[in-house]
Design a protein around this ligand. Sequence first.
Ligand SMILES: *Cc1c(COP(=O)(O)O)cnc(C)c1O
Length: 436
Amino acid sequence: MPSLAARDHAVLWHPYTQMQTAPLPIPIVRGEGSWLFADDGTAYLDGISSWWVNLHGHAHPRIAARVAQQLQTLEHVLFAGFTHPPAVELAEGLLEILPPNQRRIFYSDNGSTAVEVALKMALQYHHNRARPRRTIVAFRDSYHGDTFGAMAVSSRGAFTAPFAPLLFDVAFIDVPVPGREAEALTQLEAVAAQGDVAAFIFEPLLLGTAGMITYLAEVLDQLIACCHRHGILAIADEVMTGFGRTGRLFACDYLTEQPDMVCLSKGLTGGTMALGVTSCAGAVYEAFLSDDKLKTFFHGHSYTANPVACAAGLASLELLRELACAAHLARIGAAHQAFEQEITGQPGVRAVRRLGTVLAVEFEEPATTSYFSSLRDELYQLALQRRVILRPLGNIIYLMPPYCTTDAELTLLYDTVRAMRELVCRRGALQAPVVV
Ligand SMILES: *Cc1c(COP(=O)(O)O)cnc(C)c1O
């Protein structure tokens, strides 16, 4: 019998993977806490929460029990004309913790669809009010997903190049990183003044895929205030930042202003299964209420509000609201802070960024570095050799551990980053011009 990896290689096509050159995938058969176990018994420490989704650890018994029970009770029912307890309870639970102006929950399947729903809702909101607008504003370096609408509002680059002619026009503004706040504000004011902007979509305080780029709540407050002066809907894409990642339940909890819509996914089910949510403020919802059937929001997916996924969401929400979870967030935040102090300014380190449970270290670039660089592959392999899963974004390494990650496990992650820094320094020395 060929190995699982070989069988995989014969029939599968993996995401973000050049299948011709990629090494065989690592077969994982079991997960527990922050660990993933391969079929040969090797244990890997999951330092990135399996692509940012896992909150409470792998195969969490309480989420598993709830999901098992739901599967034996009601696995699915169409969500037009019907409802069920998990969908209602999860919506009630989310509205309790979301920004207080949020009034309605619309379910979909993942982060990209949560973004598609938000964009369509925003455009139809203006359409229904007989004042159609067609411009969407987004941050130049943002990432909002891989479907067409989500791609259109995301950073344009190598990933989107083959589709560029088909992506709708978006007004991109600069990310207001510290020291460059004025540019973003001026750019938003200028495009808003034209009167055609339907919505501004943003990753609040932390741009993930761009390299864990951080910016301050005060400037986002100013951007949202500008939107509201101009009747522009503010869409907070909390797909990655939601559910405690930033140290608070939502990144928007750091704000004074409130977004008109919020997109959620990833941690929504604790990382158990796919589910998306778009929440909206009352005014957005009310623009769709009418005797006129044409004002209906004609959008839905076969698995909208799947009961099993909603049950996982309920179990995860319960864990998230326990004191133990808040303690974990504080503990990981404090450990990250101490490590930030240690590594900042060391040779090979260009910048360190930190927000809540997320820590990013940007290394000096030896020469040209991008997502495709060999430094990235070397850093990735270094981590794997140490049985640690970390996926560098080019020359940027970030830690985003599940909240159950212990202090000893955090030390393993920090040790790996220390080793990476040494590799960067050795590599830099090798490539330094030879002085005779
Ligand atoms: C991951 C991500 C998405 C897309 O979510 P998928 O579930 O992968 O489609 C959208 N927005 C942000 C900010 C993300 O990090």
